[in-house]
Write a protein of this length. Structure first.
Ligand code: 4AD
Length: 477
């Protein structure tokens, strides 16, 4: 047998980030290196030209010093491979102390300056959304790819450390887990005998897995045919879902979430991706963002019941502290304006709102564990939404109904097929059966990854938080 030894730096071109940011950068002075990337700008002087080249490994471009001839075919967007000496910058101006003194410049792919749609000037997010295949070359969008990747690696390490197993739940499913009727049907319809849909949530399958391995998580695409084209809704988004068996209250879930998000924030704020997030945000926004990260880490997060939240919102409206378009009344869903007021004004940070009315929530939730006094003794369920400033709902979770008879009653009440009409295929009989053999108290939650990226990067519209957003009426690239 032959063993294959290789180092990524010897088979791929050296990343610009390793030259600009690595502690070894100084040791590499006067070394001959090869980099490959895309030209961001070219400045032509009398005898010499300067090209800024970016390879997406950092938002900062590398400066290459070229002869006039070497720069001839270069313009914004051109892909190039440059070999040269990594040297102390002669001018000493600019942000970088070193530059690449080009010996060999290879144009890999030209970019016609007359047709290349990206410009060095400011281009609006709306315009860039028409260029989904190119906008990742803009530093702020490049950074969002890194940030997302960093969050996922932190999550993976976090769950390993807490003995949660990463699992995969199916994309093609038989049921509408959330019961909101916002499913995309699979075509051709007859392929699986009964109608199938793109998953809206992996929760039900994750519950089955948690009935064998008590701590599981998944990060999977979710699909919702919601017609709301808001700044926080996508038709396809990534959801982190967690399910844990052998828990009696919401406390372990709430504690896990706080620890999880704080771990992510700690990782970002101490790494280069965090620095680059701040520098692409612009000066004013960077200050706010740093405060947001600090605030998330400093204080323990708040928690109130839905019933208390409704009283607080009612009081605020009564005392003219705020004016809502829709009044907050017990039994009605919290509107975005209510969520914003709670997270931004009342708590100025994340807040878990627990124990919502049963009528507002899906069939699988367990009745509230503690007795929370409610107006008219309205029934509530053991659930929570985590609200955060600017974004609103970031996470939804609950304890699950683990008793067979009670779950069967709820499923029937919601018109969910349970296989007692002989319709095993397509029914949720399997979900009910989990309560028949070795059922356990359990619970879990789902976090919208794209919303988390918005929150941590200060991105205002979720359509920027993912590379290829889909929303009502738009699935272009
Ligand atoms: O509150 P949701 O609908 O909860 C569930 O689907 C549960 N079954 C999850 C679970 O307990 N395993 O969605 C969870 C989160 C929301 O808080 C939100 O962050 C995100 O998913 N989300 C969306 N993100 C982007 N676009 C949409 N259309 C979203 N709908 C939900």
């Amino acid at each position: 047998f032959q063993t294959c030894h290789y180092s990524s730096t010897s088979i791929f071109p050296r990343t610009i980030s390793s030259l600009l940011h690595s502690p070894l950068s100084d040791e590499r002075a006067n070394e001959t290196v090869t980099v490959a990337g895309w030209v961001r700008s070219v400045r032509r002087m009398k005898n010499v030209s300067f090209a800024h080249v970016s390879d997406g490994s950092t938002i900062h471009p590398l400066q290459a010093v070229l002869t006039k001839e070497q720069s001839e075919n270069l313009s914004m967007g051109t892909s190039v491979k440059i070999t040269g000496e990594w040297k102390e910058s002669v001018g000493g101006k600019g942000q970088q102390s070193k530059e690449l003194l080009a010996e060999k410049v290879e144009v890999l792919g030209k970019a016609d300056p007359l047709t290349y749609p990206l410009q060095k000037k400011y281009q609006t997010p709306e315009f860039l959304r028409t260029l989904l295949h190119l906008r990742q070359r803009i530093p702020a969008n490049t950074n969002l790819l890194h940030l997302r990747s960093n969050i996922i690696s932190t999550l993976t390490a976090f769950f390993v450390e807490h003995s949660f197993i990463q699992c995969h739940t199916p994309i093609i499913t038989s049921s509408d887990c959330e019961g909101a009727g916002e499913v995309f049907a699979i075509v051709p319809e007859k392929f699986f005998n009964t109608p199938k849909y793109l998953t809206v949530s992996g929760q039900l399958h994750l519950e089955a897995l948690a009935a064998a391995v008590p701590r599981v998580w998944t990060l999977s695409p979710s699909f919702r045919a919601e017609k709301s084209g808001t700044t926080r809704h996508l038709s396809e988004f990534y959801m982190l879902e967690v399910e844990a068996a052998f828990i009696d209250t919401l406390d372990p879930l709430v504690a896990l979430i706080e620890d999880m998000v704080k771990t992510i924030v700690r990782s970002i704020s101490t790494s280069r991706v965090g620095k680059e997030t701040l520098s692409t945000a612009g000066e004013d926004k960077a200050v706010q963002l740093e405060e947001r990260w600090k605030g998330l880490l400093e204080r323990p997060w708040s928690r109130i019941t839905y019933t208390e939240a409704i009283s607080r919102l009612g009081l605020a409206a009564e005392q003219k502290e705020v004016q809502f378009d829709i009044p907050a009344v017990w039994g009605a869903a919290l509107q975005a304006e209510h969520e914003r007021f709670l997270a931004q004004t009342v708590f100025n940070g994340p807040v878990f709102v627990t124990d919502y009315p049963k009528s507002l929530k899906p069939f699988y939730m367990l009745p509230s564990v503690s007795t929370v006094p409610t107006p008219g003794e309205g029934e509530t369920v053991a659930c929570f939404d985590l609200l955060v400033p600017a974004v609103g709902e970031l996470i939804g979770g609950s304890l699950r109904e683990y008793r067979y008879d009670e779950l069967l009653t709820e499923m029937r009440r919601h018109g969910i097929a349970v296989g007692d009409g002989g319709e095993d295929e397509g029914s949720l009989r399997w979900y009910l059966e989990l309560r028949k053999w070795g059922s356990t108290r359990h619970g879990g939650f789902g976090l919208g990854l794209d919303r988390l990226v918005c929150y941590l990067a200060g991105v205002e519209n979720i359509r920027e938080a993912t590379a290829f957003p889909r929303w009502v009426g738009r699935c272009d690239c």
